[in-house]
Design a protein around this ligand. Structure first.
Ligand SMILES: Nc1ncnc2c1ncn2[C@@H]1O[C@H](COP(=O)(O)OP(=O)(O)OP(=O)(O)O)[C@@H](O)[C@H]1O
Length: 592
């Protein structure tokens, strides 16, 4: 029940701005139902007038017979048709507008929500899975609103209209017509429940399938080089089977509704005939009048069950939209980045940054960092080294508040970073990740990403400090060269140099650098090294060091092992200790 209310609330959130349009749509639906119910009467009347006219024509001749009543009724009929057309036109045009605008709002809110989400959310959801909420879920909602909603409302209004007409004619026969409706509703609810279960599974499986396809497309090179094409297809097949099964079951249950309701409608017609005949035979009704009543109620019975049957047939579409709403709601229910009350803004880094007794785990009960104490004075460079999985990147994640510490605290100039506003904190931190990301657009746009109002001189100076200016100038379009998936002309090293330029231009007080380790030739490596020296100079920095040269430049080295600091000091001090670091160093290891 809670789910249903939250789905209703979801739709109301996006539809309430269009109350006026919705009221006009409902009025137009009621009007067109009334007109449709009324039309048969006028058709009958026109037949009657036609017969009268034909009769008098034969007797008096066509010139003398009075055409006026026939023309009058035909005119009325035409008017009814035109009014019905106008009412339907209004419904459809307004509904198209409401659907377009409200789903557009949903799309915008969804994207805004995703932009506010924590890194934890992205770490725990696959890209394709998130993307399918934008594609299939939003499409389902939009299609249903456009195609099924008016029909469902028309059918409901039709049922109400038929009910009123039936009870005005004869209450006893009306109850007989409704005899099976509680049962029909119960059966419908049972089938709908099953269908909903499978449609939910279907949409979730489609999300999983999208995630799989997305992941495999980005990893296509690894798949080809390892000859994993067949295995990848097999993986796809198994997920696709899951989608197929759930879709089939969902369709079977949704499809079951229509024939079941139709069967019940026919059965109910038999009840009406039986009950009417009983009234006549019982003598409580005149035979001729009784016969007329039976014929009338057989029609009413069909008119009453027809909309019920049609609503059922539109049900699978409605179900997809409800499931879409549920899946969008899941995203909206996710936690945003949480800020403490009374957070402060900082001007910059004045004294230094300190990790004091920091504990952290991604998953409760599995500690990743244990009692970490690291201090970087303003202007110092701290290098983090240690084997893979030792917690280096996790420390970077905490410094930037991608995650919050579980125990202890991280302080900037003595202030807990949780008491500093996130935009303020992050505006003073520059980060260069190991895997550099370039966005679609020009190189210039990529470099000025963090400072849109940067001048051309600032941009070129940043590119020069990052050692990438000459390469950019060697390209035909220079800084205007388009970066895109199709125009993937940059090497890993070049991408990292562009990201370094992007960070330099923001002139951050605190730098977080993750050195690129692989796929870099020695020339690019020394260019990256030089660029890193340029960016580090005069700044406070945390560097995940993979190269010996970087370590030599560090003011302070922290050696991590299984989430703990096992050694710390300068390069010379650590060598003298002849411990873990010295061993790594002597082995000339590239730490990863
Ligand atoms: N999002 C996450 N959820 C759960 N566990 C995670 C997550 N990210 C990392 N871990 C785990 O935390 C531990 C530390 O990972 P981290 O990335 O900090 O190591 P690292 O020292 O940077 O390694 P590398 O040098 O390979 O990048 C690892 O055991 C890893 O499996």
């Amino acid at each position: 029940m809670k789910k249903q209310t939250s789905i209703a609330r979801f739709f109301w959130t996006y539809l309430k701005a269009y109350k006026t349009q919705l009221i006009i749509i409902i009025v137009a639906i009621i009007a067109s139902t009334y007109l449709q119910v009324k039309t048969p009467q006028y058709i009958g009347k026109s037949m009657e007038e036609l017969a009268t006219f034909a009769g008098t024509s034969l007797m008096l001749g066509a010139d003398k017979a009075d055409k006026a009543p026939l023309i009058e009724v035909v005119k009325l009929l035409l008017m009814l048709y035109s009014m019905n057309w106008i009412a339907m036109f209004i419904q459809n045009i307004l509904m198209a507008g409401v659907t377009g605008k409200s789903t557009n709002k949903m799309r915008i809110s969804l994207f805004k929500k995703i932009e506010r989400m924590t890194i934890k959310f992205f770490d725990s959801h696959q890209d394709g899975e998130i993307l399918s909420r934008f594609t299939s879920d939003l499409d389902n909602i939009s299609n249903t609103m456009n195609q099924a909603l008016i029909q469902v409302l028309t059918n409901i209004s039709m049922m109400i209209g038929v009910l009123i007409m039936m009870f005005r004619e004869n209450a006893q026969m009306s109850w007989a017509t409704l005899a099976l409706s509680p049962f029909a509703i119960l059966v419908a609810i049972l089938i709908i429940r099953q269908a909903r279960k499978h449609v939910n599974v279907q949409q979730d499986s489609i999300g999983e399938l999208n995630a799989y396809v997305d992941e495999r497309i980005s990893g296509q090179k690894v798949i080809i080089t390892n000859g994993l094409e067949e295995e990848t297809i097999a993986g796809f097949d198994s997920l696709n089977q899951q989608v197929k099964k759930a879709t089939f079951k969902g369709q079977v249950y949704s499809g079951l509704l229509f024939p079941t309701m139709q069967g019940l409608a026919l059965f109910n017609t038999a009840i009406v005939i039986f009950f009417g005949s009983w009234l006549v035979l019982d003598g409580s009704m005149d035979r001729a009048a009784g016969l007329g009543l039976i014929v009338m109620f057989v029609q009413y019975s069909q008119q009453f069950y027809m909309p019920l049957t049609q609503i059922s047939s539109q049900f699978s579409m409605l179900q997809l939209a409800f499931t879409g709403a549920r899946r969008l709601n899941e995203i909206f229910a996710e936690e945003d980045e949480v800020e403490r009350d009374n957070v402060v803004e900082i001007e910059g880094l004045k004294e230094g940054i300190e990790l004091a007794d920091v504990d952290f785990s991604y998953v409760a009960g599995k500690p990743i960092l244990k009692n970490i104490n690291i201090k970087a004075e303003k202007g110092q460079m701290v290098a983090l080294v240690g084997p893979t999985g030792s917690g280096k990147t996790t420390i970077m994640n905490l410094l930037n508040r991608f995650y919050n510490v579980d125990g202890g605290m991280i302080k900037i100039d003595g202030t807990d970073i949780r008491d500093i506003s996130l935009p303020s904190l992050r505006s003073h931190i520059g980060i260069v990740l190991q895997e550099s990301v370039l966005f679609g657009g020009t190189i210039a746009e990529n470099i000025t990403f963090g400072k849109r109002d940067a001048s051309e001189e600032e941009m070129i100076s940043a590119a020069k400090q990052a050692n990438i200016h000459d390469f950019i100038m060697s390209l035909e379009d220079g800084y205007e060269t388009i970066v895109s998936d199709e125009n993937n002309i940059f090497s890993v090293g070049q991408k990292q140099l562009i990201s370094i330029a992007r960070t330099i231009i923001t002139n951050p007080d605190l730098l977080i650098l993750d050195e690129a380790t692989s796929n870099v030739d020695t020339v690019t490596e020394s260019r990256i090294q030089k660029a890193m020296e340029n960016i580090i100079a005069g700044r406070t920095s945390f560097v995940i060091a993979h190269r010996l040269k970087t370590i030599l430049n560090a003011d302070y080295i922290v050696v991590l092992h299984q989430g703990e600091v096992i050694e710390e000091g300068t390069h010379e001090e650590l060598l003298e200790r002849e411990g873990f670091y010295a061993e790594l160093y002597h082995n000339q290891f590239v730490f990863e």
